[in-house]
Design a protein around this ligand. Structure first.
Ligand SMILES: Nc1ncnc2c1ncn2[C@@H]1O[C@H](COP(=O)(O)OP(=O)(O)OP(=O)(O)O)[C@@H](O)[C@H]1O
Length: 246
């Protein structure tokens, strides 16, 4: 069991800096980001295009290394891990959900959920797969293949796949970006529900309505945290975004 305890933050970002260097020059994508994501909370990360959201997500998830500062996930500092141990930690403590569901059409929902664990050489417990499908409300669709499902159902399978290993934190990058509004709302309600049940969710989004499902919104601009809003509604969040985009 890798779920963090109630007292231990799920993710700690401590003074994160990241500079991209290329032939065309350098970009300071993150210029000193410090933030604690408490366990069992749902946080939306917002900010204008180029503000550093994707970079933050990649670094928080150990997919990229910061130039300065450190990331701690469920009590483990990532900076001290070599690549193999980092990959292992990522598989066991983090789940990922993207805009495109990245499911395999030839496999049933059950096998899509089980696949990452199988690829990692782990023993797959049927009950755990069914439990993950149950948590996203797809208990009865375990034998369906993605082409026989709606976009919202496919995204639920992707969320079940991310939850299967009972990760300490679920990272979601525009999870409703490819869904219509009403289906998107179902997926957001599901993420809300998971957080209410103790799962930590970190979601990057451009959509103020999506962000309004979170407990808190973290606003980035120009590589820095420029504010937070707790329990904001979509109108308040949109107004803050308009200010930042000016
Ligand atoms: N691989 C890279 N090489 C060089 N610069 C990069 C690279 N990736 C991102 N950047 C730059 O770093 C800054 C932050 O980018 P990032 O993708 O994190 O922003 P974002 O807030 O996710 O943007 P968007 O909302 O448009 O997806 C931008 O100025 C971007 O151009």
């Amino acid at each position: 069991m890798t779920t963090s305890t109630a007292t231990e933050p799920a993710v700690v970002l401590d003074g994160i800096t990241r500079t991209y260097r290329s032939r065309s020059g350098t970009v300071d994508a993150l210029r000193g980001v410090t933030h604690v994501f408490p366990a069992g909370t749902f946080t939306a990360v917002m900010g204008p295009s180029g503000s550093g959201k994707s970079t933050l997500m990649q670094i928080a998830a150990g997919l990229d290394r910061p130039d300065g500062g450190g990331v701690t996930i469920a009590g483990t500092p990532l900076g001290r891990l070599d690549r193999t141990r980092l990959t292992k930690l990522r598989r066991t403590t983090m789940g990922f959900v993207f805009q495109q569901y990245n499911l395999l059409d030839a496999l049933t929902a059950f096998d899509n959920v089980a696949l990452p664990a199988r690829l990692a050489g782990q023993r797959v417990h049927r009950a755990a797969v069914h439990d993950a499908l149950d948590r996203v409300g797809l208990r009865d669709l375990a034998r369906r293949r993605p082409p026989e499902m709606s976009g919202g159902q496919q995204q639920r399978v992707a969320i079940a796949r991310a939850l299967h290993t009972r990760p300490a934190v679920l990272f979601a990058d525009e999870p409703t970006g490819a869904l219509d509004r009403s289906t998107g709302r179902d997926v957001l309600a599901l993420l809300r529900n998971l957080a209410d049940g103790g799962q930590t969710v970190v979601m990057v989004t451009h959509d103020p309505l999506a962000a309004s499902y979170a407990d808190a919104v973290l606003f980035l601009a120009d590589g820095l945290v420029v504010g937070q809003m707790r329990h904001g509604d979509a109108t308040q969040i949109a107004a803050r975004m308009t200010e930042l985009e000016r």
